[in-house]
Design a protein around this ligand. Sequence first.
Ligand code: ATP
Length: 212
Amino acid sequence: MENLLHSESKKTEPHPSSNSKIIGLTGGIGSGKTTVAKFIENCGFPVYYSDDRAKEIVNDNADLKVKIKELLGEESYDEYDLYNRKFVAKRVFESEDLLDKLNQIIHPAVRIDFENWVKKQTKYLIFKETALLFELKLHLECYQSVLVTAEDNIRIKRVMDRDQKTYREVQSIMENQMSEKEKIKLADYVIYNNTNLDDLKEQTEKVIFEIE
Ligand code: ATP
């Protein structure tokens, strides 16, 4: 068992709109954070999937649609008024400034959506799965944080199998993410996902037990 508890890291009070303690769950591409999130749900604790919700919100939130069209043009949405992910990705790939502005529109909307979700929760432990927990300093708003990590080659292989991407494609995404070393320093708990799903499940349950 290799879970690490970094007891020196900062703890915050429960979220003001709820009595639940929010646990941030993160990991780089292919680390296994979604798989861990499913194990957590199986243990009876709710999980908010920030990245999935962000993808839904761009289609659900009328105000956001207007702002995105203002920033990137009408083509940001197709003839059915659905988010044109390909077009948007191309526009922001060409300009870091546009990417920042797009994030400044989407991130506050996800924050509001999360806060509304939190208000509805009744469990004393609730989890927020998000790829950019540390990058956006969202861990500072969580009671504790859990990082899922695995060796680079294992992560690359898993994503290649899952997404039919090439080794180089996955590697270049990884190179643009915060290093595992840095994330390990920031996390309260680290789950090392280098073996099989049974081991991953066991480590997840141990972390939940320790947080409880
Ligand atoms: P991303 O950020 O890229 O969406 P993720 O961190 O959410 O990735 P998962 O989708 O949970 O990662 O896992 C990546 C792939 O690896 C999935 O296909 C998953 O089924 C598989 N996987 C995860 N952990 C293990 C494991 N211990 N053994 C075998 N396969 C695994």
